[in-house]
Design a protein around this ligand. Structure first.
Ligand code: ATP
Length: 279
């Protein structure tokens, strides 16, 4: 069996994510329909689309939280799911994929540091680790992750005591502790105030630019996408309707794809993010 290092080395020549003809239905309705796309290592890609267009379903399928009915997802050239079944390597591949949720998904009664430390553990190992404690080097790595996301000074507070923006940064630190090479973020700023949203978007951008972490983020607001992203994939009714440079996804193109629903993407929340700050 190959070691993790060999596994990572072999992956360098591969795209980070490759999706081939992925389809998923709920009660006879397509949530994803014949979706194919490739995301290179170190890319930062926005997924846009009106409510119900399939963004969350796609992200959940990319890390195997959910299985499609048909099609393939490959991570670093290795199959994660094929034809609706998780591959035997899925667990190892998933350890390289961090996932950030709109509602942060932290364990409220644990401290910030503990949340970062347990981020990568199964439920069983989580309680075992909490009982036996963590090694010094694990704690140092977790503290370093918190420093990288700018909230080292909150390490010993309970997660529930933090603001939404800070909690989202804990979730990102958890991905760093996990050693994630890919971060999937599902509407990561939808529950945040404009200033916190700006900080989270800047942090994701920095992790992409400075550490080469591949980032795929679903977002509702086209203004934000225009500011932070170059490549954008637009979904409608579970199909890819646009995959290209954000400058080509102008208002006219949005209207062609979404009709009246384009307003939801152009006008919804956080437009003030840029006027309220120096960005
Ligand atoms: N677990 C589920 N059970 C039934 N239907 C589902 C389920 N998950 C998603 N769907 C349906 O699949 C379609 C795509 O949903 P999805 O959540 O992926 O869209 P989205 O673009 O992320 O929307 P939003 O921006 O509102 O989160 C929708 O019609 C939704 O109702």
């Amino acid at each position: 069996m190959r070691s993790t290092t060999e596994f990572l080395d072999a992956s360098l020549a591969q795209p980070a994510v490759r999706v081939d003809r992925l389809s998923k239905s709920f009660r006879g309705q397509f949530a994803l329909q014949d979706v194919s796309l490739t995301v290179g290592m170190g890319e930062m890609v926005a997924l846009v689309g009106a409510s119900g267009s399939g963004k969350s379903t796609l992200l959940r399928n990319l890390n195997g939280l959910q299985q499609a009915d048909q099609g393939t997802v490959e991570i670093f050239g290795n199959p994660l799911q094929v034809g609706g079944k998780l591959h035997s390597k899925a667990r190892r591949l998933r350890s390289q994929i961090g996932f950030i949720f709109q509602q942060f998904n932290l364990v409220n009664r644990l401290t910030v540091l503990e949340n970062v430390l347990v981020g990568n553990l199964s439920q069983v190992s989580l309680w075992r680790s909490l009982v036996r404690g963590f090694s010094q080097s694990e704690k140092l790595r977790a503290l370093s992750a918190l420093e990288r996301v700018g909230i080292l000074n909150q390490a010993y507070k309970r997660a529930a005591a933090l603001s939404g923006g800070q909690q989202q940064r804990v979730a990102i630190a958890r991905c760093l502790m996990q050693g994630a090479q890919i971060i999937l973020a599902d509407e990561p700023i939808a529950s945040l105030d404009p200033e916190s949203a700006r900080k989270v978007m800047e942090l994701l951008t920095r992790l992409n630019q400075e550490q080469g972490i591949t980032i795929i983020t679903s977002l509702h607001q086209v203004q934000i996408v225009r500011h932070y992203f170059e490549r954008t994939i637009a979904l409608r009714d579970g199909s890819v309707r646009f995959d290209g440079h954000i400058s080509d996804l102008n208002d006219q193109r949005l209207n062609e794809i979404y009709g009246a629903a384009a307003e939801e993407l152009v006008l919804s929340g956080h437009a003030e993010i840029f006027s309220a700050s120096q960005v």
